[in-house]
Ligand binder design. Structure first.
Ligand code: NDP
Length: 501
């Protein structure tokens, strides 16, 4: 199967993957997915409702309780995951093209991401047969040990900015732990999840172990979170939706992990290596057109280098090549969808209304190389106060707020003075300062002299309104397991039945 070419006039029509079969929505309805570079539809995706979700969850429940999957040795589960990783690697280029078509991220970034995704399946495949309980010493006459068991049907709901990567962060540990999964990708980027389901099938996973339903959050996503057979919801998205999902899941006493938004401080000290810090600031906010939860959207610059740093930053960012995300020459692509494009432009207006100075960009990018796409100029604001909306609310676009600070204390105070706590960057050559900052910044990840590094081996997640639980690393698999305590009596006689032992 090849990836659809941009000049194909015909829309690609997708089906969903439920219980090992390719199906349309029960209603027969579909919706269009757009190419952000052309702003034109390129594919049609089934619009799943509650009945479709019920079918998928029932299939996942059947696969969890009967058939091959629960009887499969964990080493075999691991082998299947590694096979899936191999298939993703073999199809990386094609999947990367589909991702770019659907979400407008750069081919240079997505190709790298798709080549990296198999590592999650290898790593968690390797962990599948290393889920070990332990023998516990108790004060009772009993042989006591713990087992770590899967939860059941897990719902995975993800955002549009890195569709397959974010789905993988949930699927790989959930499956390694022995759960079954119903995945609902973002309505803006469903295609890659459906293409991925073909690889799941090809790898030989039993039917119902991985199901993909596509549709809109308030109908398809909501029905999934509410479904009584779903035991865990793993979600990536905005803090507001995350809060709503948390409340909905609480009614069914379901486990929840939430990877939410951020307003991360990228903190530049006067003793930094300035060339590195300029690149780090640019990568923090303009890579992926700022559409990353870890965007370093608040750039805190020590006052004595503020003007010089901003000048170098603006010069560097101004040279960024915008255009077709399919071109390896392009450095800044379009915004993924129309509502997000309008939201980013709205925040630019909010910031201007708050009295900031615009030192770069500040509006739509209407250059010939941007075609009809949803492009926003890389934008840098100075004169930002941390209390302004532009410094407090997540924009999720290429918009940087520069805030000066005087000393370490003030950097920490400003850095932590937001509702979010996903990530932080620190640029300094002083190891003492690096360690102190990494301790005092309230963020799930602190990078020193680097930005945006992630790995399958390193836990990832948020403090404060940025989320609950951890993805990646050995912590992630624990999110999909529950502990069982087993007691085998070694007493020579049954104790008094009327007294608690
Ligand atoms: P949303 O919160 O709008 O949506 C995320 C997912 O939830 C989508 O699949 C959406 O479906 C679905 N959804 C929406 N409403 C409901 C509901 N009531 N019940 C169940 N599911 C629902 O976020 P975006 O897709 O706009 O993504 C951007 C956000 O994601 C940003 O805030 C960003 O910071 C965050 N993010 C966090 C990351 C992290 O790891 N911390 C990584 C990437 C993004 P639909 O698409 O149909 O609306």
């Amino acid at each position: 199967m090849s990836s659809p070419a941009r000049d194909d006039a015909e829309l690609v029509t997708y089906q969903m993957h439920v219980d090992g079969k390719w199906v349309d929505a029960v209603s027969g309805e579909r919706f269009e997915s757009h190419d952000p570079f052309t702003a034109k539809p390129w594919s049609l995706v089934p619009r799943a409702g509650a009945e479709d979700v019920d079918r998928a969850v029932q299939a996942a429940q059947r696969a969890f309780t009967g058939g091959e999957w629960p009887r499969m040795h964990p080493s075999q589960r691991g082998a299947l995951l590694r096979r899936l990783g191999d298939l993703v690697a073999e199809n990386a280029e094609r999947l990367a093209h589909i991702e770019v078509r659907d979400n407008g991220k750069l081919i240079s970034e997505m190709a790298g991401q798709l080549r990296y995704i198999p590592q999650w399946y290898y790593y968690f495949g390797g962990l599948a047969d290393k889920i070990e309980g332990h023998v516990v010493t108790t004060d009772k006459a009993a042989f006591t040990f713990t087992r770590h068991e899967p939860l059941g049907v897990c719902a995975a709901i993800s955002a549009w900015n890195s569709p397959l990567l974010l789905a993988t962060w949930k699927l790989a540990p959930a499956l390694a732990a022995g759960n079954t999964v119903v995945l609902k990708p973002s309505e803006y980027t469903s295609a890659s999840a459906l293409e991925f389901a073909r690889l799941v099938e090809q790898a030989g996973f039993p039917p119902g172990v991985v199901n993909v339903v596509t549709g809109f959050g308030p109908e398809c996503g909501q029905a999934l979170v509410e479904h009584p057979l779903v035991r865990k919801v793993a979600f990536t998205g905005s803090d507001r939706t995350g809060e709503h999902i948390y409340a909905t899941a609480a009614r069914g006493l379901k486990r929840v992990s939430l990877e939410l938004g951020g307003k991360s401080p990228n903190i530049v000290f006067a003793d930094c290596n300035m060339d590195d810090a300029v690149k780090g600031a640019v990568s923090g906010i303009f890579a992926a057109t700022g559409q990353t939860c870890i965007a370093g959207s608040r750039l805190l610059v020590q006052r004595q280098i503020h003007d010089q740093f901003v000048e170098r930053l603006v010069a560097f960012a101004r040279s960024a090549r915008m255009g077709d995300p399919m071109s390896t020459e392009t450095q800044v692509g379009p915004v993924t969808n129309l509502p997000q494009y309008e939201k980013v432009l709205g925040y630019i207006d909010v910031a201007k209304g708050e009295g900031v100075q615009t030192v770069l960009g500040g509006g739509k990018a209407e250059r010939p190389e941007c075609g009809d796409g949803w492009f926003v100029e890389p934008t840098i604001f100075t004169g930002v106060r941390n209390s302004m909306r532009i410094a407090q609310e997540e924009v999720f676009g290429p918009v940087l707020s520069v805030i000066p600070f005087d000393d370490d204390e003030e950097a920490v105070a400003i850095g932590n003075d937001v509702a979010f706590g996903l990530a932080a960057g620190v640029w300094t050559q002083d190891i003492r300062r690096a360690l102190l900052m990494s301790e005092r910044l309230q963020a799930g990840t602190v990078w020193v002299n680097t930005y945006r590094a992630v790995s399958y081996q390193m836990p990832f997640g948020g403090f404060k309104r940025s989320g609950l639980g951890r993805e990646n690393g050995q912590d992630a698999i624990k999110e999909y397991l529950q502990t069982k305590s087993v007691w085998i009596s070694t007493a020579s006689e049954v104790p008094n039945p009327f007294v608690m032992r």
